[in-house]
Design a protein around this ligand. Structure first.
Ligand SMILES: [Zn+2]
Length: 434
């Protein structure tokens, strides 16, 4: 540990030199030098480009050095006199190697944004405090804090010195908020989003609430964690994968809620077409109009299991000769009844609520399983998708779902009734002892 800290201290010394040299390159590439400018004469557009070429660092790193140099370098004028740097304290700390490039950049950027607001006194105070915190030299801060903590302090100063600045800043983020769907590659739809901070906070809170207990960032006692792990086994998914699954569940629930706008008179439904013989054999692929690539038969089966199917018979030439009505589709009342009975995804340890679950045919339709509440159980999207491979077993006993954990959780697993319905749990409490 001592070595890690020591090497970092050395690195900061080297970093200081890097910044000085970046400043030198920028200085010798000043626009007023025209074609004699250093960067231009070497065929580079900007000083950062030249540094990137000389050092093979990323463009971001090179630009960061140049920008920081502009703030902390003591400018030399043709006359030779060196003037004070814009941020003398920061400059000194960088030079002494007591503050890294990360923290220095955070401070100079933050203070620059404050220049137009606070009085000189206040700005000076902010500068002194931030540098003191970052270098651990303040009256009440003898331990240097990380660049991230300095960033938080900068935010606090911004809010103090420029309380009105928050509105324009928010207006700016309002203008650039977005949610984009990108290209579909390798079976994944890519995309990006920029959420308003408070909207993002809400999304995070919602997601966190439904992460399984073993990965949720909640404060659990060791005992609670152990119980959660014993009940459901450790979730093999990363938190990021779980967030994906939660997102899918939320969207499904929304589409089903009856409050979603209709498309052509029907609730927004994703249609997948597949040839009957492919579905029967489990080979081949399905196609969906909103998905470019083929959809695997496993996905098609999951969608049929939860969403039903409608048969269309085409003639050789392609004419529709018979149109079946939707089948294997649990009706809303059936769904409500099953939700009441199961209360949520029936896999122990899973936290997805009933409204976000899919209904799984315990005995598949192809084996004669009926679309009846006695044969339907709630599973979240993920547990439904992986039910054939996860080794969780489900059976119905007198119309009551029971689950048996896979051998890697419990070697000689036993069947146990599964419900998360509070109504039913209450019922059990009231039941006379056996
Ligand atoms: Zn689940």
């Amino acid at each position: 540990m001592a070595l890690v800290a020591e090497v970092e201290r050395l690195g900061r010394r080297v970093d200081a030199l890097r910044v000085v040299l970046a400043g030198e390159v920028a200085d010798r590439s000043r626009p007023n030098r025209g074609a004699r400018g250093l960067a231009v004469s070497r065929g580079c557009r900007t000083p950062a480009d030249l540094i990137e070429q000389l050092t093979q660092v990323s463009g971001t790193t090179a630009r960061r050095r140049v920008v920081l140099a502009g703030d902390v370098r003591r400018d030399s004028f043709p006359g030779g006199d060196r003037t004070e740097a814009r941020f003398d304290l920061v400059a000194q700390a960088v030079e002494d190697g007591t503050i890294g490039i990360d923290a220095a950049t955070v401070i100079t950027k933050g203070l620059t944004s404050l220049l137009a607001h606070g009085s000189l006194d206040e700005l000076g105070k902010a500068k002194t405090e931030l540098v003191a915190a970052a270098t651990g030299t303040g009256p009440d801060s003898t331990v240097p804090v990380s660049a991230d903590s300095v960033r938080v302090m900068v935010c606090v100063w911004q809010a103090k010195l420029d309380p009105d600045g928050l509105d324009p800043a928010e207006d700016r983020s309002m203008a650039v908020r977005d949610f984009r769907f990108g290209p579909e590659r390798n079976g994944l739809l890519h995309g990006s989003f920029r959420l308003m901070a408070e909207a993002g906070g809400r999304v995070k809170t919602l997601f966190d609430a439904y992460l399984t207990p073993t990965t949720a960032p909640a404060f659990m006692t060791e005992e609670e964690r152990a119980t959660a792990e014993a009940e459901g086994g450790k979730d093999s998914r990363t938190p990021a994968q779980q967030r994906h699954d939660i997102f899918v569940a939320i969207i499904d629930a929304m589409a089903r809620s009856g409050q979603a706008p209709t498309i052509g008179g029907a609730a927004p439904t994703v249609l997948v077409s597949v040839r009957a013989e492919d579905l029967a054999s489990g080979q081949g692929a399905g196609w969906s109009d909103r998905v470019e690539g083929p959809v695997s038969m496993r996905t098609v089966r999951q969608m049929v299991c939860t969403g039903g199917i409608q048969k269309v018979v085409l003639s050789q030439e392609g004419r529709i000769v018979r149109l079946g009505s939707p089948e294997r589709c649990f009706t809303p009342p059936q769904r409500r009844a099953i939700s009441l009975r199961d209360g949520g995804c029936i896999i122990p340890g899973c936290t997805i609520p009933a409204g976000w679950c899919e209904i799984h045919h315990v005995i598949p339709d192809k084996d004669g399983g009926p679309t009846h509440p006695d044969n339907g159980v709630l599973l979240c999207w993920f547990h439904h998708r992986t039910i054939d491979t996860s080794e969780w077993q489900i059976r119905m006993r007198h119309g009551v779902p029971e689950v048996k954990p896979p051998p890697w959780i419990e070697y000689f697993g036993t069947w146990r009734p599964a419900t998360k319905s509070r109504t039913r749990l209450l019922d059990r409490l009231d039941a006379p002892p056996e």
